[in-house]
Design a protein around this ligand. Structure first.
Ligand code: UP6
Length: 248
């Protein structure tokens, strides 16, 4: 790991979705991804409107939404286009390729029809990831939670899979990774150290300076705050400033 980090515009990312993320980041001066872990369509649409100008992507767990519909997806797509952010389904696929393909394309959510990006565990090996066509895959190589089983041995092997898969644009991890991958780091909160269910938090300052992350992912820090827009601006500013400082 080097001390000096490569600026976003200097990263050699081949994947079109990775390029789009970088384009949005530089244009909006944001390396913030909001995690919209709300459980109704109305809350989700309200949040998308409030934080949309300040994020490069909105991360979703569509399977927690009580009243999921494709009308919701259509409305999200309109907001995403207008405010310039990507739709990132955090499905964390973790099965053999054939099953993942069915989960990706079929069922209630038909993720393949609308998502720009998805998360997947590389646990089933390189070929299992090939089924995710026409989206950017973010491989989960290391988790943020206390006691996670993603130890150094697993992480090394998982990074190897990620680096060898052309549809993988980056990884979720809590450490610096190779410059050819975009790094996404969840477990970020300005006012909490963790929750009672194993989540552990770092500050924006730490993830940009110590891990050289490219994008921080913030859930409760934004959607549980009194004013989601104000909080998104606060995280956007803290993240972008920490990123700029980490370039020196
Ligand atoms: N997430 C993590 N840690 C990981 C991977 N993913 O927290 O290692 C996801 C969670 C949640 C979000 O599924 O959607 O990031 C974090 O939310 P929080 O900021 O409210 O803790």
């Amino acid at each position: 790991p080097q001390m000096k980090r490569i600026p976003l515009e200097g990263k050699k990312i081949q994947h079109p979705i990775g390029k789009k993320l970088i384009e949005f980041a530089l244009k909006k001066k944001s390396n913030l991804i909001a995690s919209a872990d709300v459980i109704t369509s109305s809350e989700l649409l309200k949040l998308a409107e409030e934080v949309g100008d300040h994020v490069v992507a909105l991360k979703l767990h569509t399977d927690i939404i009580k009243d999921f519909s494709f009308d919701l997806i259509d409305k999200l797509k309109v907001i995403a286009k207008e405010k310039e952010f990507l739709l990132f389904e955090d499905r964390k696929f973790a099965d053999i390729g054939n099953t993942q393909e069915l989960q990706f394309k079929e069922g209630v959510y038909k993720i393949a029809d609308w998502a720009d990006m998805v998360t997947a565990h590389p646990i089933a090996g390189e070929e299992s990831l090939q089924v995710f066509e026409h989206v950017g895959v973010v491989a989960i190589v290391e988790m943020s939670s206390k006691g996670t089983l993603t130890d150094d041995y697993y992480i090394t092997k998982a990074l190897n899979v990620a680096e060898n898969s052309s549809n993988v644009l980056g990884v979720v991890a809590q450490r610096q990774v190779a410059d050819e991958l975009l790094l996404f780091t969840p477990g970020v909160n300005l006012s909490s150290k963790g929750d009672t269910k194993g989540q552990q938090y770092n500050t924006p300052e730490r993830v940009f300076k110590a891990y050289h992350t490219d994008f921080m992912i913030v859930g409760r820090g934004i959607y549980q705050s009194v004013n989601a827009k104000e909080s998104a601006i606060e995280y956007q500013t803290a993240g972008w400033n920490a990123y700029l400082e980490s370039l020196n």
